[in-house]
Write a protein that binds this ligand. Sequence first.
Ligand code: SAM
Length: 205
Amino acid sequence: MKTDIASFLVRHDLDEWEGRFSPYDEDLYQAVLEHVAPTDVVIEIGAGDLRLALRLAQQAQQVYAIEVNPLLVAQALKGIGLSLPRNLAVICANALDFPVPAGVTVGILLMRHCRHFGVYFDRLQAAGCRQLLTNARWKYGLEVVDLTVSRIPFAELAEGWYACRCGAVGYVGTGNRPDAAPVEVTDCPACNSQRNVESYKVVPV
Ligand SMILES: C[S@@+](CC[C@H](N)C(=O)[O-])C[C@H]1O[C@@H](n2cnc3c(N)ncnc32)[C@H](O)[C@@H]1O
């Protein structure tokens, strides 16, 4: 049974932007690769046409590349053909439905329009993954999220930038600490609402 793209996206709980493939620039890929060691077991959530996954496989122990769009995966696999690396597992599935494999040390989420950051964050952390490389929270550059650090409740932050496990970011207070590093928080106002992460910011970033 064939279906149109709109029904596909609805069935997979993705909006048009989240379910759209668009590659990022070389600077971002280089920044990702610099944070991956030969001993790492990597999961790339939303692997697109596998361009980054193939490079990751050259330097990591094992790579799981998960991409929801079967047309994209089929085309990418056709291009790779029999050169498929042995340490690259390509999984055509919705990452929201797919458990994080045991032993994953690094998660990669290059998806500026991601509406499910909190789900991926929680699952990676629960699986013992130590680092998340992403552009989903701040929308530019590469953020290296240490999944092992303790987080403070949002209510305890009096002044400064914050980044929440749910994916929301912003500034709280009167603005007199503009250069302070963001504090990792939990239980921010966006956590407790169904609002899109994009639509909730104390101060736009
Ligand atoms: C902006 S593209 C980035 C692709 C790749 N990470 C890169 O940088 O070249 C995001 C990709 O994530 C995929 N995607 C979005 N939500 C997904 C999900 N829940 N499970 C698997 N793939 C997903 C989209 O289909 C799209 O191909």
